[in-house]
Design a protein around this ligand. Structure first.
Ligand code: ZN
Length: 474
């Protein structure tokens, strides 16, 4: 699901729940050509994962079902016929070839093609004759060509459009008997008792078409809440190619759905104060349609990442461990590592889970590193001092029995040896950490890393590091 659609669903849910209304899921699949296999499942899964549980819908049922438009196909034609009766619609027998020809002629004159009401002028007898003869037909809306249409939008205020520009004789029923998206939408919104329509601003200018149909059928027009788009910045849309357009893009990168829901709510809406953190029920409480912005909502990945890091910090250690384990497995699968301890060390350092595999990879594979890392002014170390420290610490570590290879023991033994030699802690522990991690920055220090690696691998890495320093210094 595109983030724009996800946010529309979120706002619709928040508004419905806050007003004590029902949140209804309806699948609009009348355009069979554009159907994408599996797309419906993605909608179900995404909304459920976000916690946007629908009160009525395809799988849960409800009083105004079925909730899948292709299962309602017999619903629409009687309304279209009613509109033909009242003069608001008419049968059209123009073939695709005829339409193409007229379109081409129109474009050659530099005009944009609009259906020219050709078939509106057929006599009732001729229409009947051609229907009886089994000629293919569609039903078109008989749109006014003069005057203007106005309506009120809750976000954008009073909107007025010239009928000649906003309306055309759009098809209501297609040749295959299926309603068009536009027509089915109006019929179902009415039959399902939809009171508020929330959708993107691209529909602002097509709303007069819907209103024409509501009026022609004698139905009450719903309240409109058009939402500004979700953009990457003022000039750029979210793009599929850059991998930042879909809900699943962010879940796959290891963003938490709660952080994503929280942040998305704030893209195009604000609570009117400084508050930033909201659970879904808190959003229901705080949401106010009058605070939806008219300007595009900017989806700032940096800000989302900040939210995500905050959410991770607030997780219980157990929840964090469960969430991070699959990411540990990506690089550490098969390596004997205390995940519980590693998770403790990683939780505050995690902004998004996809960064985790690279951050813990050193526990499996010793990275290449520059001997320059042993030079550290503040720690007062250099390669010579480092080599001395490693040589001094090796027997200390070797003397710890395998069964006692615990952080407390490692710590106490190392500190005692360092004190005995009169070294500064940094002069010994800095080189040790470089020697066994190869990294300038790690989750935990030398003691924690030695513990995580285990005795054998710690000593092997230490030996290799000392060897490298010895030959470099020789
Ligand atoms: Zn026609």
């Amino acid at each position: 699901m595109h983030l724009g659609g996800v946010r529309t669903a979120l706002y619709a849910y928040l508004f419905a729940k806050q007003q004590g209304g029902q949140f209804i899921l309806r699948i609009e699949d009348t355009d069979q050509v554009r159907l994408v296999p599996g797309a419906t499942e993605v909608i179900y899964d995404t909304l459920r994962e976000m916690g946007l549980n629908w009160d009525e819908g395809p799988d849960v049922g409800g009083p105004v079902g079925p909730y899948i438009q292709s299962q309602r196909r017999d619903t629409y034609l009687p309304y279209a016929k009613q509109l033909v009766q009242s003069g608001h619609a008419y049968y059209c027998f123009c073939t695709k070839e005829e339409l193409d020809e007229r379109r081409a002629a129109c474009e050659a004159r530099g005009e944009t093609f609009k259906y020219d009401k050709h078939c509106l002028h057929l006599s009732p007898e001729e229409v009947q004759r051609r229907l009886d003869a089994g000629e293919p037909w569609v039903i078109r809306m008989n749109a006014p060509t003069e005057g203007e249409s106005s309506y009120h939008d809750i976000v954008f205020g009073d909107m007025t459009f010239q009928n000649a520009e906003a309306l055309d004789d759009m098809v209501l029923i297609k040749q295959d008997g299926m309603p068009t998206y536009n027509f089915a939408n109006v019929i179902d919104d009415h039959l399902m008792g939809i009171t508020h329509v929330m959708r993107g601003t691209e529909y602002l200018s097509s709303t007069p078409r819907y209103n024409f149909l509501y009026r022609a059928l004698g139905w009450e027009i719903p309240q409109y809440i058009h939402l500004p788009p979700v953009m990457r910045d003022e000039h750029h849309k979210l793009s599929k190619r850059d991998g930042d357009a879909y809900y699943s893009d962010f879940i796959d990168k290891g963003y938490l759905k709660d952080a994503l829901v929280n942040y998305l709510a704030l893209v195009g809406w604000n609570p009117g104060n400084d508050r930033e953190f909201f659970t879904l029920p808190e959003l229901v409480e705080a949401f106010d349609v009058s605070r939806i912005t008219k300007s595009p909502g900017i989806f700032d990945v940096k800000k989302l990442t900040w939210f995500n890091a905050e959410y991770i910090r607030r997780m219980s250690p157990e929840d964090y461990l469960a969430a991070v384990t699959p990411w540990f497995d990506k690089t550490l699968e098969g390596v004997k590592i205390d995940y519980v301890r590693l998770a403790q060390l990683m939780q505050d350092r995690t902004e998004i889970f996809s960064q985790v595999p690279d951050m813990v990879r050193f526990l499996k594979d010793m990275p290449d590193y520059d001997l320059e890392l042993y030079t550290h002014k503040k720690m007062k170390t250099n390669p010579e001092i480092s080599l001395q420290a490693l040589d001094m610490l090796r027997p200390v570590l070797e003397g710890i029995p395998e069964a006692d290879w615990l952080e407390q023991t490692i710590h106490d033994r190392l500190m005692a040896a360092i004190a005995e030699r009169g070294m500064k802690n940094g002069q010994a522990l800095w080189p040790l950490r470089i020697a066994i991690s190869g990294l300038q920055s790690t989750p935990g220090g030398a003691v924690e890393i030695a513990y995580l690696l285990g005795k054998t691998r710690t000593l092997a890495r230490l030996d290799q590091a000392a060897e490298r320093l010895r030959s470099a210094l020789a």
